[in-house]
Design a protein around this ligand. Structure first.
Ligand code: ADP
Length: 308
């Protein structure tokens, strides 16, 4: 590879993390896409190749193209980029498939140009890609994909992202039942108002989770992984959700909830051995009700995007 070309590992991400709807997410270590990005003398973004999934090659229909154009428009660079996307994360799985491409594109371009933009600016460009995928400028997948570890979107306007330290023994188990839920559909079923009582429980838990992550207090992390607002509504779309959650908690998980807009379900555990036991228990539920699935156990990825 020369300096005009970069190969990037683009991590999958879990957004929402129970009590952090639209404001919290974290990156995975072993699950992710690969992208190859090359500088071109022609202005613009060309998606030259996609493997692994059927996705649009047109620049303005692919999240990598849209995010890339936002980057180019803000940059004095007069050339362009060619992008290859090698998809390992299935779109619509709820582990940030679109975010991996949007964030990967702008991260790779920034590296090739000698890092003219800050990570926060890259989040803003990548959010343009997210808008294409789900009609909403959400940042809770692209922020952890770019910052690594846990990332908190404290404010959207102006954008303010806080990188949260990751406890060393924290592992995630993610199970993906082979059904597709579009982010745009799972947003439509949500109510737009909540009661004050539910708000109080949610921000108590979110504060508790953040404090638990900073102090490596696994008990506090466990008590805080609750969501009384979105999970009761969205879980209806996910077959076997209640049994999976029960099985995960009985196997020692600290907490369990919907990954992003689903249908993937995540569980956090202290240590790899428990996370693997949780994976087995979750898989057992889907085997029983005959639903095909993928399951992954991963450390939290503290770095985010990586050059391969
Ligand atoms: P996820 O939560 O897994 O990202 P979404 O439903 O939010 O899933 O986004 C997937 C949507 O974005 C699909 O409609 C897909 O066609 C579209 N899309 C466009 N470009 C890409 C890309 N490069 N990677 C993934 N999805 C893409």
């Amino acid at each position: 590879m020369n300096s005009n070309e970069i190969k990037v590992f683009c991590p999958a991400t879990v957004a929402n993390v129970s009590c952090g709807f639209d404001v919290l997410g974290f990156a995975l270590d072993l699950v992710g896409d690969e992208m190859i990005i090359r500088k071109t003398s022609n202005y613009g973004i060309k998606i030259s190749k996609i493997s692994g999934q059927k996705l649009p090659l047109e620049t303005n229909k692919n999240v990598a193209g849209v995010a890339g154009l936002a980057f180019l428009e803000a940059s004095p660079y007069s050339g362009g980029f060619e992008i290859e996307i090698h998809k390992k994360i299935k779109p619509g799985s709820g582990i940030g498939s679109s975010a991996a491409s949007s964030a990967g594109a702008v991260w790779g371009m920034n590296e090739l140009l000698g890092r003219p933009f800050s990570t926060l600016q890259l989040v803003e460009f990548a959010m343009q890609g997210e808008k294409l995928a789900s009609d909403v400028h959400h940042a809770d997948n692209v922020a952890p994909a770019l910052f690594g570890g846990f990332a908190l979107v404290r404010s959207y306007n102006p954008l303010d992202v806080v990188a949260i330290p990751t406890p060393t023994a924290l592992f995630v188990t993610v199970i993906h039942p082979q059904i597709e839920i579009k982010t745009s559909d799972s947003r439509k079923i949500l109510r737009t108002t909540i009661t004050l009582q539910k708000g109080i429980r949610q921000w108590g838990n979110l504060g508790g989770l953040i404090a638990g992550l900073y102090t490596e207090d696994y008990g506090l992390i466990s008590r805080s992984l609750e969501d009384h607002i979105v999970e009761p509504i969205r879980s209806i779309l996910i077959p076997g959700f209640d049994e999976i959650k029960k099985a995960a908690l009985e196997s020692g998980a600290l907490g369990c909830g919907i990954s992003g807009s689903g249908p993937s379900i995540f569980a956090l555990s202290k240590g790899k051995a428990i996370a693997e036991k949780v994976a087995e228990a979750m898989a057992g539920v889907y085997k029983n009700i005959e639903i095909d699935f993928d399951v992954h156990v991963s450390k939290i990825n503290a770095e985010g995007m990586k050059k391969l």
